[in-house]
Design a protein around this ligand. Structure first.
Ligand code: HEM
Length: 232
């Protein structure tokens, strides 16, 4: 007899990724068609600048490198495993990944503290922001936890998570790769689907606006123009 656990696993790892991707694509397209000008991070830098800097800079550089690492392990698993064949290279990769993971976590916590501490920033914090912060904390927190507690993640990501992700992409989901993984890894994976599905309803849409010169342009202070009758 097929157990309830089996259906639950199928739902979490075999169905949820597709629900997330469908919501992501339909949601981002619909939002762009209906409110193209809402494609913004809705900067609050002009309300408070110093803590904004100390949150946003580590958060963005950290997450770019970490997600870049996920993409490399997804696209080139054999090369990653070959690189990790020498212990010294494995240590270099793992320690670098952990440094950038911790940088991301630090930036996220700083950004959250800023939102909680400053009344002005709390005022411009929406329900979507609160849900987003909760999801990102679970995502980054579980990622760093996995990196610390489940050794040599860069190797087993390439050996197990990558074939699972490719099975999703090729529309032939094989969830056997993830079933034996520890709870924290499963949480990290399912929460990633939540982040992806919730993405179109949050300020994260700003990452889709290309060109995206935030990382190399001169710093700028953004002011909202919300005068009476401006319609904004
Ligand atoms: C929204 C998408 C995701 C975000 C923001 C994210 C974020 C992170 C972060 C911050 C880390 C810590 C990096 C470190 O300190 O080494 C991490 C590690 C990890 N993530 Fe993700 N992740 C995402 C999606 C996924 C998915 C879909 C999978 C697998 C199917 C995955 C598997 C892993 C693994 C195995 C590690 C440990 C790597 C290691 O030990 O070197 N992640 N992730």
């Amino acid at each position: 007899m097929v157990s309830a656990q089996h259906y639950f696993d199928q739902l979490m790892f075999g169905v949820a990724p597709y629900l997330a991707l469908i919501t992501f694509f339909l949601g981002t397209i619909q939002r762009y068609r209906a409110q193209a000008f809402s494609y913004s991070s809705l900067s609050s830098q002009f309300l408070e600048n110093k803590r904004h800097f100390w949150g946003m800079v580590p958060l963005h550089y950290g997450i770019l490198v970490v997600l870049g690492g996920h993409v490399v392990a997804f696209m080139f698993p054999r090369e990653v495993l070959a690189w990790n064949g020498h212990p010294i290279r494995l240590y270099i990769l793992e320690i670098s990944a952990l440094v950038f993971g911790l940088l991301t976590l630090l930036g996220l916590v700083m950004a959250l503290v800023r939102r909680l501490v400053y009344r002005k920033i709390r005022t411009v914090t929406s329900l979507a922001d609160i849900v987003l912060y909760a999801l990102l904390l679970v995502q980054v927190g579980s990622g760093v936890y996995v990196a610390v507690m489940c050794s040599w993640g860069s190797s087993w990501f390439a050996a197990s998570a990558t074939p699972y992700l490719w099975s999703i992409v090729t529309l032939d989901p094989d969830i056997s790769y993830v079933l034996a993984m520890p709870f924290a890894v499963k949480l990290h994976i399912v929460n990633a689907f939540l982040v992806i599905g919730f993405f179109p309803f949050t300020r994260l849409v700003h990452v889709l606006v290309i060109p995206n010169p935030y990382l190399w342009r001169k710093p700028q202070v953004v002011r909202w123009n919300r005068g009476p009758g401006s319609g904004a």
